[in-house]
Design a protein around this ligand. Structure first.
Ligand SMILES: *Cc1c(COP(=O)(O)O)cnc(C)c1O
Length: 489
């Protein structure tokens, strides 16, 4: 299995998995994809079902990943998955349990990991893969990132205490929830440096960008990233769509009759950067019997606009709203290019044209007249919907009352959109739960008047000692901080 950028020129040599693991964007500005998706059939699915039942989630993960990774020996890959997906880091040995809420609506619980957000599913694997690869190369890395909450904490929990990796995470001072602050700042590991920048999230992101522009500094400190376009993160997410289909189809057949092997299942995905739903698209492209993929957005509806009109219109930072489902507040969906690449039949020159300088310049492209767009539902199985603050609150209340389950605001966006498609699709719709409500308590209180439940593993977290460095919004200060605190091996 070899990988090429979505914008690769015809004469580009493909890369191995290990080569693209530690990098971000391809040198041509595109995103890496395998040259083809491995194809599975009913026999493969039957074997995977047996494997998940007999040996559990890590064994399934190793098997699925091995189709995409041929430069890590199978035994090592199995150990990597065992360490990535285990209790007590995850609250349950199933890792990704599913729940039948009734009326055709289901939940797939992606938030049982150490930071209660679905980012853990990818980051926990990435942490193991990074450690493995750095040891193999006798190399080291300084991960520098900016976070408004979910990504940064998932990265820190995945990389804490690992030899060869340090993490410097910039946060906007005073702008995260008390729970998010406690989660990150209570990590006292030597290799974790939490930074509170005097500014907003965009300032943090600009600082990281500026740091990466200084090529000499970047090389000297082995500066790297764990951003949402990393291929290994997507790959980790493909696994839970396989597991979700296996578990929902089995439980559905047991409860309502029918043959599990033939049961098609639709999924509804609360989306921002299109990373989560892109993994569903890849699983579906391999032959996992996912029916329709529903893209749910909040008020920042770049993606819903595309799937309803065929026009992709990137927003500016000023036109990106701060909503009560903040992890979906994006102006440009960084993984969307991968999907469009596939829709265009892998026409890399066309992708380069659509997503290259022209997109930066005009911030928009229009596929409404394209025959590909006409097939969006029939051939690609994609539909969408959007949700607002009022929808979100109503949905949290409704699911709590009718189904006895408290949703987080992001999952509530997904549930709101899923309900709108219930009458138009056959079979169950599984809403992917992207966070637990404890992370966004204030919005849950606004919706229900009650604090959401605090899972046992998070009790007392806000009382733990915290470690954080204050920093002015200034590149030289950030560079000095890295020089003073990171120990080169
Ligand atoms: C990151 C995140 C999302 C959006 O996921 P994408 O892969 O960017 O589409 C949705 N909900 C929560 C809670 C998140 O942390």
């Amino acid at each position: 299995m070899r990988y090429l950028s979505t914008r690769a020129a015809a004469d580009t040599l493909p890369s191995t998995f290990s080569d693209i693991l530690l990098g971000g964007l391809a040198p041509d500005g595109g995103l890496y994809l395998p040259q083809t998706y491995p194809q599975i059939n009913a026999d493969t699915l039957a074997q995977w079902r047996q494997l998940l039942d007999d040996e559990g989630y890590p064994a399934l993960a190793a098997r699925v990943l091995s189709l995409f990774i041929d430069d890590i020996p199978a035994g090592d890959l199995a150990e990597i998955c065992e360490r990535a997906y285990r209790t007590p880091a995850f609250a349950t040995p199933e890792i990704v349990p599913v729940t039948d809420l009734g009326n055709g609506l289901w939940l797939s619980h992606l938030s049982e990991g150490p930071t209660a957000a679905f980012k853990d599913m990818a980051m926990q694997l990435l942490g193991e893969l990074f450690e493995y690869e750095l040891r193999r190369r006798d190399d080291w890395l300084t991960i520098v990132g900016a976070t408004s909450g979910d990504t940064g904490s998932a990265a820190e929990y995945a990389l804490r205490g690992r030899p060869g990796v340090s993490v410097v995470m910039l946060t906007p001072r005073g702008r995260m929830t008390p729970f998010q602050r406690a989660q990150m700042f209570s990590l006292l590991d030597d290799n974790i440096v939490n930074v509170a920048v005097d500014g907003v999230f965009d300032d943090c992101q600009d600082l990281v960008k500026a740091l990466n522009m200084d090529a000499d500094f970047k090389a000297a400190w082995h500066i790297g990233a764990v951003n949402s376009i990393n291929w290994a993160r997507l790959l980790a997410q493909v696994v839970y769509y396989v597991a979700t289909w296996i578990r929902v189809s089995a439980q559905y057949a047991r409860t309502y009759g029918g043959n599990a092997a033939e049961q098609r299942v639709s999924v509804c995905v609360p989306s921002g950067n299109f990373g989560n739903v892109c993994a569903a698209h890849i699983a579906r492209s391999m032959g996992v019997p996912l029916d329709t993929l529903i893209v749910a957005t909040n008020e920042n509806d770049v993606l819903d606009e595309f799937f309803t009109t065929g026009v992709y219109r990137v927003r500016s930072a000023e036109n990106t709203l701060a909503t009560s489902s903040p992890s979906m507040d994006i102006s440009k969906a960084s993984n969307f290019e991968r999907f469009i690449h596939d829709v265009l039949g892998g026409d890399k020159a066309r992708v380069a044209e659509l997503f290259g300088e022209r997109l930066d310049e005009y911030g928009t492209f229009d596929l409404s007249a394209s025959p590909f767009f006409a097939q969006m539902r029939t051939r690609w199985g994609m539909v969408s919907g959007r949700s607002t603050h009022a929808n979100r609150l109503a949905e949290i209340r409704r699911t709590a009352t009718e189904n006895g389950y408290v949703l987080d605001p992001h999952t509530a966006d997904g549930m709101h959109v899923a309900r709108q498609w219930l009458d138009h699709l056959d079979g169950p719709i599984v809403v992917m739960e992207t966070a637990l409500p404890v992370k966004f308590a204030q919005t849950v209180v606004e919706a229900t008047g009650q604090l959401p439940p605090t899972p046992e593993r998070f009790q007392g977290i806000e009382a733990l000692p915290q470690k954080v460095v204050d920093l002015p919004n200034d590149l030289a200060a950030l560079q000095a901080l890295i020089q003073d605190t990171i120990r080169r091996p």
